[in-house]
Design a protein around this ligand. Structure first.
Ligand SMILES: C[S@@+](CC[C@H](N)C(=O)[O-])C[C@H]1O[C@@H](n2cnc3c(N)ncnc32)[C@H](O)[C@@H]1O
Length: 289
């Protein structure tokens, strides 16, 4: 990616905050959080394995959204450990806080924080985790250096990010939509959801930020949807930050065409009556020297 100007980064930051903190986004994640958590459970499991967590650890989870994987981590580190779950705005983590209360978890707190300026003292965590968030960090190096600063020496960072755009999870929905409407082209100067698809890219960024023992792994993880294809379409059209505004502009007839073609494409991934999509996810871990 070419170096974006500071003005472009600032513009992207505002756009990101607007996308992720607006009422429609928060309402959609509130509505579908259970199904999303089940669908992506394999990615959570793989990230937790990568993070090598133990009881008693102090963990910072970045871009926690509605609490995945922060709530699982709170269970693993137990009452002698602690989790700090962070996100750009109050909306998404407000649900994470409600879920923590329902699960009787008292070793977790919630804080609004952008990954590039973490409001925590140096060396205050044993581990930093982030699931499906690092692709959005506007100034990635600044965010990684912040992660390094708040980790204690020997502490571990573990990230899960999306692999290629050309994977069924994307082609069955966004890919179909792109045949009917011109989707906004990603700005080549700015971060993109698939920015770490190229093998070794995230690893190189972590090494550039001064991390050691950096590892990167691409895994294909089956994601099982516990509901009908119709429900999957509804969830996609409400949750997807990129697709929601595009779908809203389509005429009912065009929208119905997209819907029908998406459902036909999804049929190919139905196994024993359930939709199972293979998710290509990149996992990276690194140690603070
Ligand atoms: C796809 S959601 C992932 C949420 C959760 N970790 C999960 O896996 O379900 C992306 C989250 O990243 C957050 N986010 C985006 N950019 C961020 C940044 N620069 N700093 C912190 N959080 C950010 C958004 O607010 C959103 O909640």
């Amino acid at each position: 990616m070419p170096n974006p100007t500071p003005e472009k980064i600032e513009q992207f930051r505002k756009h990101l905050k607007n996308d992720w903190t607006r009422d429609e986004t928060v309402a959609a994640w509130r509505k579908w959080h259970k199904q999303i958590a089940e669908f992506t459970a394999g990615a959570t499991e793989a990230l937790l394995k990568e993070a090598c967590l133990r009881p008693g650890m102090r963990v910072l989870d970045l871009a926690s959204g509605v609490g995945d994987p922060a709530l699982h981590i709170a269970q693993i580190v137990g009452p002698s450990g602690h989790v700090t779950a962070t996100d750009l705005g109050p909306g998404m983590i407000s649900l994470a806080a409600e879920l923590a209360a329902q699960q009787d978890l008292h070793n977790i707190d919630f804080k609004e924080a952008a990954a590039e300026s973490l409001p925590f003292p140096d060396a205050s965590f044993d581990a930093v985790t982030c699931r499906f968030g690092a692709m959005f960090f506007p100034d990635l190096q600044r965010a990684l250096v912040e992660c390094k600063r708040v980790l204690r020496p020997g502490g571990r960072l573990s990230f899960a990010v999306w692999g290629r755009r050309e994977q069924p999870f994307i082609s069955t929905t966004h890919g179909v939509l792109a045949k009917y409407v011109e989707m906004p082209k990603p700005d080549p100067d700015l971060p993109d959801v698939f920015r770490f698809a190229e093998h070794g890219k995230l690893q190189a960024e972590l090494e550039a930020a001064g991390f050691q023992n950096v590892k990167e792994n691409l895994l294909t993880i089956p994601a099982r949807w516990e509901g009908s294809l119709e429900l999957y379409w509804q969830e996609f059209s409400e949750v997807s930050v990129a697709a929601r505004p595009v779908l809203a502009q389509l005429s009912p007839a065009r929208r119905s065409d997209v819907h029908d073609e998406v459902l036909i494409g999804l049929q190919k991934f139905v196994q024993d009556g359930h939709l199972v999509l293979p998710l290509e996810v990149v996992f990276a871990s690194a140690i603070r020297p």
